[in-house]
Design a protein around this ligand. Structure first.
Ligand code: PRP
Ligand code: MN
Ligand code: MG
Length: 178
Protein backbone atom coordinates (compact mmCIF):
# COMPACT_ATOMS: atom_id res chain seq x y z
CA UNK A 1 0.00 0.00 0.00
CA UNK A 2 2.78 2.45 1.00
CA UNK A 3 4.53 1.68 -2.32
CA UNK A 4 1.69 3.38 -4.18
CA UNK A 5 2.22 6.66 -2.32
CA UNK A 6 4.09 9.53 -3.96
CA UNK A 7 4.12 11.99 -1.08
CA UNK A 8 2.55 12.44 2.35
CA UNK A 9 0.69 15.77 2.49
CA UNK A 10 -0.48 15.72 6.11
CA UNK A 11 0.73 13.39 8.84
CA UNK A 12 -1.42 11.80 11.51
CA UNK A 13 -0.21 14.42 14.00
CA UNK A 14 -0.92 17.38 11.68
CA UNK A 15 -4.42 16.07 11.01
CA UNK A 16 -5.10 15.54 14.72
CA UNK A 17 -4.03 19.12 15.49
CA UNK A 18 -6.28 20.52 12.74
CA UNK A 19 -9.25 18.37 13.79
CA UNK A 20 -8.87 19.65 17.35
CA UNK A 21 -8.92 23.28 16.14
CA UNK A 22 -12.01 22.66 14.01
CA UNK A 23 -13.77 20.95 16.94
CA UNK A 24 -13.05 23.88 19.22
CA UNK A 25 -14.30 26.42 16.68
CA UNK A 26 -17.49 24.43 16.06
CA UNK A 27 -18.11 24.03 19.82
CA UNK A 28 -17.85 27.80 20.20
CA UNK A 29 -20.04 28.64 17.20
CA UNK A 30 -22.88 26.29 18.21
CA UNK A 31 -22.69 26.81 21.96
CA UNK A 32 -26.22 26.92 23.44
CA UNK A 33 -27.76 25.63 20.17
CA UNK A 34 -28.94 22.19 19.11
CA UNK A 35 -26.56 20.52 16.65
CA UNK A 36 -26.90 17.57 14.29
CA UNK A 37 -23.72 16.46 12.55
CA UNK A 38 -24.37 14.72 9.23
CA UNK A 39 -21.53 12.57 7.92
CA UNK A 40 -21.35 11.87 4.18
CA UNK A 41 -20.18 8.28 3.77
CA UNK A 42 -18.10 6.53 3.04
CA UNK A 43 -15.32 9.12 2.77
CA UNK A 44 -16.09 11.11 5.93
CA UNK A 45 -16.05 8.06 8.19
CA UNK A 46 -12.66 8.60 9.85
CA UNK A 47 -12.77 12.42 9.95
CA UNK A 48 -16.30 12.41 11.39
CA UNK A 49 -15.33 9.96 14.16
CA UNK A 50 -12.34 12.07 15.17
CA UNK A 51 -14.09 15.44 14.78
CA UNK A 52 -17.15 14.75 16.95
CA UNK A 53 -14.86 13.67 19.80
CA UNK A 54 -13.34 17.18 19.71
CA UNK A 55 -16.74 18.90 19.88
CA UNK A 56 -17.69 19.35 23.51
CA UNK A 57 -21.34 20.41 23.25
CA UNK A 58 -24.38 18.07 23.08
CA UNK A 59 -25.03 16.81 19.55
CA UNK A 60 -26.72 14.12 17.49
CA UNK A 61 -25.24 12.36 14.49
CA UNK A 62 -26.79 10.97 11.33
CA UNK A 63 -25.37 9.71 8.04
CA UNK A 64 -26.01 9.71 4.33
CA UNK A 65 -24.27 7.32 1.98
CA UNK A 66 -23.74 8.91 -1.43
CA UNK A 67 -21.47 8.12 -4.33
CA UNK A 68 -20.47 10.02 -7.46
CA UNK A 69 -17.00 8.66 -8.25
CA UNK A 70 -17.49 4.90 -7.95
CA UNK A 71 -14.40 3.14 -9.33
CA UNK A 72 -13.32 6.15 -11.41
CA UNK A 73 -10.97 9.10 -10.83
CA UNK A 74 -13.48 11.47 -12.48
CA UNK A 75 -16.71 12.61 -10.85
CA UNK A 76 -19.68 11.28 -12.80
CA UNK A 77 -21.56 14.45 -11.82
CA UNK A 78 -24.49 12.23 -10.88
CA UNK A 79 -24.87 11.83 -7.13
CA UNK A 80 -26.41 8.52 -6.11
CA UNK A 81 -28.04 8.47 -2.65
CA UNK A 82 -27.43 4.93 -1.42
CA UNK A 83 -28.77 5.61 2.09
CA UNK A 84 -30.74 8.62 3.31
CA UNK A 85 -30.84 10.25 6.76
CA UNK A 86 -32.74 8.40 9.46
CA UNK A 87 -34.32 11.47 11.08
CA UNK A 88 -36.10 14.64 9.97
CA UNK A 89 -33.85 17.72 10.05
CA UNK A 90 -36.66 20.28 10.05
CA UNK A 91 -35.87 23.15 12.44
CA UNK A 92 -32.42 21.75 13.28
CA UNK A 93 -28.92 23.16 12.93
CA UNK A 94 -27.21 20.85 10.47
CA UNK A 95 -23.46 20.56 9.98
CA UNK A 96 -22.48 18.46 6.97
CA UNK A 97 -19.12 16.73 7.36
CA UNK A 98 -17.13 15.79 4.24
CA UNK A 99 -13.63 14.45 3.73
CA UNK A 100 -12.90 16.37 0.53
CA UNK A 101 -14.50 18.90 -1.82
CA UNK A 102 -13.26 18.61 -5.38
CA UNK A 103 -15.66 19.67 -8.18
CA UNK A 104 -18.22 20.56 -5.47
CA UNK A 105 -20.93 18.62 -7.33
CA UNK A 106 -21.60 16.23 -4.44
CA UNK A 107 -22.15 19.02 -1.93
CA UNK A 108 -24.02 21.21 -4.36
CA UNK A 109 -26.51 18.39 -4.79
CA UNK A 110 -26.65 17.58 -1.07
CA UNK A 111 -27.15 21.19 -0.04
CA UNK A 112 -30.15 21.56 -2.35
CA UNK A 113 -31.52 18.25 -1.18
CA UNK A 114 -31.18 19.04 2.55
CA UNK A 115 -32.37 22.66 2.31
CA UNK A 116 -35.69 21.41 0.93
CA UNK A 117 -36.20 19.69 4.31
CA UNK A 118 -36.22 23.10 6.05
CA UNK A 119 -33.38 22.92 8.59
CA UNK A 120 -32.90 25.95 10.86
CA UNK A 121 -29.37 26.31 9.47
CA UNK A 122 -27.05 24.36 7.19
CA UNK A 123 -23.26 24.59 7.27
CA UNK A 124 -20.47 22.60 5.68
CA UNK A 125 -17.26 21.32 7.24
CA UNK A 126 -14.60 19.62 5.11
CA UNK A 127 -11.17 18.37 6.03
CA UNK A 128 -9.75 19.00 2.56
CA UNK A 129 -10.62 21.57 -0.09
CA UNK A 130 -9.33 21.43 -3.66
CA UNK A 131 -10.53 24.77 -5.08
CA UNK A 132 -8.64 24.40 -8.40
CA UNK A 133 -11.14 21.80 -9.60
CA UNK A 134 -14.38 23.49 -8.54
CA UNK A 135 -17.23 23.38 -11.09
CA UNK A 136 -19.90 25.10 -8.99
CA UNK A 137 -19.85 28.03 -6.61
CA UNK A 138 -20.04 26.72 -3.06
CA UNK A 139 -19.76 28.41 0.34
CA UNK A 140 -17.77 26.25 2.75
CA UNK A 141 -17.91 27.22 6.42
CA UNK A 142 -15.10 25.14 7.95
CA UNK A 143 -12.03 24.00 6.00
CA UNK A 144 -9.16 21.96 7.43
CA UNK A 145 -6.60 22.24 4.65
CA UNK A 146 -6.50 23.59 1.11
CA UNK A 147 -4.81 21.12 -1.21
CA UNK A 148 -3.29 21.24 -4.71
CA UNK A 149 -4.83 19.49 -7.72
CA UNK A 150 -3.47 15.98 -7.18
CA UNK A 151 -5.10 12.61 -6.61
CA UNK A 152 -5.43 12.25 -2.83
CA UNK A 153 -5.99 9.16 -0.70
CA UNK A 154 -5.99 8.19 2.97
CA UNK A 155 -7.77 9.11 6.22
CA UNK A 156 -11.05 7.88 4.71
CA UNK A 157 -10.43 8.89 1.10
CA UNK A 158 -10.24 6.11 -1.49
CA UNK A 159 -9.16 5.35 -4.98
CA UNK A 160 -11.41 2.51 -6.27
CA UNK A 161 -12.33 1.75 -2.61
CA UNK A 162 -8.71 1.27 -1.51
CA UNK A 163 -6.37 3.29 0.76
CA UNK A 164 -9.10 4.55 3.12
CA UNK A 165 -7.24 3.02 6.06
CA UNK A 166 -4.02 5.01 5.60
CA UNK A 167 -3.66 7.11 8.78
CA UNK A 168 -2.30 10.11 6.81
CA UNK A 169 -3.38 12.11 3.73
CA UNK A 170 -1.19 11.41 0.71
CA UNK A 171 -0.79 11.88 -3.03
CA UNK A 172 -1.19 8.68 -5.04
CA UNK A 173 1.46 7.81 -7.65
CA UNK A 174 0.18 8.52 -11.17
CA UNK A 175 1.05 5.04 -12.42
CA UNK A 176 -1.46 3.53 -9.97
CA UNK A 177 -4.46 5.07 -11.74
CA UNK A 178 -3.16 5.63 -15.28
C1 PRP B 1 -15.81 11.59 -2.84
C2 PRP B 1 -15.55 12.42 -1.59
C3 PRP B 1 -16.63 13.46 -1.64
C4 PRP B 1 -16.78 13.72 -3.12
C5 PRP B 1 -16.03 14.97 -3.50
O1 PRP B 1 -16.86 10.68 -2.61
O2 PRP B 1 -15.69 11.61 -0.43
O3 PRP B 1 -17.84 12.98 -1.09
O4 PRP B 1 -16.22 12.58 -3.79
O5 PRP B 1 -16.00 15.15 -4.90
P1 PRP B 1 -16.78 16.30 -5.67
O6 PRP B 1 -16.59 17.58 -4.91
O7 PRP B 1 -16.11 16.33 -7.00
O8 PRP B 1 -18.22 15.90 -5.77
P2 PRP B 1 -17.15 9.42 -3.55
O9 PRP B 1 -18.22 9.73 -4.52
O10 PRP B 1 -15.87 8.91 -4.10
O11 PRP B 1 -17.76 8.34 -2.52
P3 PRP B 1 -17.02 7.81 -1.19
O12 PRP B 1 -17.14 8.88 -0.16
O13 PRP B 1 -17.78 6.59 -0.80
O14 PRP B 1 -15.60 7.51 -1.56
MN1 MN C 1 -17.69 10.89 -0.42
MG1 MG D 1 -14.64 7.76 -3.31
Amino acid sequence: MQNDIKEILFTEEEIAEKVKELGQQISKDYSGENLTVVGILKGSNIFMGDLIRKIDIPLSIDFMVVSSYGQSTESSGVVKVLKDLEYSIEGKNILIVEDIIDTGLTLDYLKENLLRRKPKSLKICTLLDKPARRKVDLKVDYIGFEIPDAFIVGYGIDYAERYRNLPYVAVLKEEVYQ
